[in-house]
Design a protein around this ligand. Structure first.
Ligand SMILES: Nc1nc2c(ncn2[C@@H]2O[C@H](COP(=O)(O)OP(=O)(O)O)[C@@H](O)[C@H]2O)c(=O)[nH]1
Ligand SMILES: [Mg+2]
Length: 350
């Protein structure tokens, strides 16, 4: 992501049909909802604006819908929806909120009494299921940093039970509801957001196939394709995820970004595709002989792999060649949407 813009807007109330700013609303949209103080603004700030978790203590309470446009490999919008807004009242234009929404992220404060929040979520899910059955409902059971392991599991099971009971009573057996344990004080919120975003990427399976092929050819143990600024991973090979591996890769990006920001100056003009020879590339071998390999793919994305097999580590040429081939394929996958974006920008600028 090379830039974000913020704007404060009043929630729209019912006002005739047709939305004038369709071009902008065509981006996948993601909405953060939940009760007050559940942690919505904190999550948005930590994940998309690199705010250190401790500083969220000083966030002011949000009173209007806050729309945040994220410009990255795929443009999308994150709406921070204040807990006290009564969106289920008839005066609210549901279409304006839920129409064209990709995912609804519901944040529950697990350190607090959550029954109210769950009841409200249930009402929301039923409405959404009725009119917009394609919206993914992502439930973040949040602030779990303060809970013991046992209490965490109990809370998780309790919440899942409360919601699925309500859903099956209403006849929705297969509603797209997913649950995550999250906290801004560790990587869990990035992991969860990665999963949420991945579901909105149209070419995900193509990307996963490409990464699987690459990982097999090079003997990588695990490979992630990261969005550099948010450190959300937008795809990975389909082997099981190992949290410590993910954390290590994510930390390594910070190291390389810091170094490149200190010593390189041509980031703003870098082309998304075409001739490339300025990407950061780096590897490091750790005390247990694990190698981390990082290769910047384009303006937004970088590929980070973990290599444990000693034979694979020596084949630097092979890794290099395969990663370049992957890079070309990746840029092909995304080039069409980038070209369309530029086209659209030109039209809106005129
Ligand atoms: N312990 C803990 N506190 C959190 C976490 N996320 C947010 N908070 C705190 O919860 C409070 C409310 O957060 P805020 O983002 O303003 O909530 P919002 O009203 O839903 O936007 C703040 O003091 C945050 O520091 C978390 O993961 N763990
Ligand atoms: Mg807020």
């Amino acid at each position: 992501m090379d830039g974000t813009s913020q704007s404060l807007e009043q929630p729209s109330t019912k006002s005739g049909h047709g939305s004038p700013n369709n071009a902008q609303d065509a981006k996948p949209r993601l909405m953060l909802m939940g009760l007050r103080r559940s942690g919505k603004s904190s999550i948005a700030s930590v994940v998309f604006h690199k705010m250190p978790p401790n500083e969220t203590l000083f966030l002011e309470s949000t009173t209007r819908i806050q729309k945040d446009s994220i410009h990255s490999f795929m443009d999308f919008q994150v709406w921070d929806f204040p807990g006290q807004l009564e969106y289920l009242e008839p005066s609210f234009d549901l279409e304006n909120i839920f129409g064209s929404l990709g995912a609804l992220v519901w944040v529950i404060d697990a350190q607090d009494d959550y029954l109210d929040s769950v009841a409200r979520l249930n009402r929301t899910i039923l409405t959404v299921q009725q009119f917009y059955p394609n919206i993914n409902i992502e439930v973040f059971i949040h602030k779990v940093d303060g809970l013991s392991d046992e209490y965490r599991t109990d809370t998780f099971q309790d919440i899942v039970q409360l919601i699925s009971d309500e859903l099956s009573d209403a006849g929705y057996e297969n509603a797209p509801v997913h649950y995550y344990l999250t906290s801004i004080y560790d990587y869990s919120v990035f992991e969860a957001f990665s999963k949420v975003i991945q579901k909105l990427i149209p070419n995900l399976s193509t990307l996963e196939n490409l990464i699987n092929t690459l990982a097999n050819n090079c003997g990588f143990e695990k490979t992630y394709l990261f969005d550099v600024l948010s450190k959300i991973y937008i795809a990975s090979d389909t082997r099981p995820v190992d949290m410590s591996c993910y954390e290590m890769c994510s930390d390594y990006i910070d190291v390389i970004v810091d170094i490149s920001e200190l010593y390189s100056w041509d980031h703003p003009d870098r082309k998304p595709k075409g001739d490339q020879n300025q990407e950061a590339e780096s590897h490091v071998v750790l005390h247990d002989e694990t190698m981390i390999h990082l290769l910047e793919m384009n303006k937004y994305l970088c590929l980070v792999s973990v290599i444990r097999n000693p034979e694979s580590k020596d084949k630097k040429g092979l890794i290099d060649m395969n990663c370049r081939t992957f890079q070309e394929a990746l840029n092909d996958v995304f080039s069409r949407s980038w070209e369309q974006d530029q086209e659209q920008n030109r039209i809106t600028e005129e």
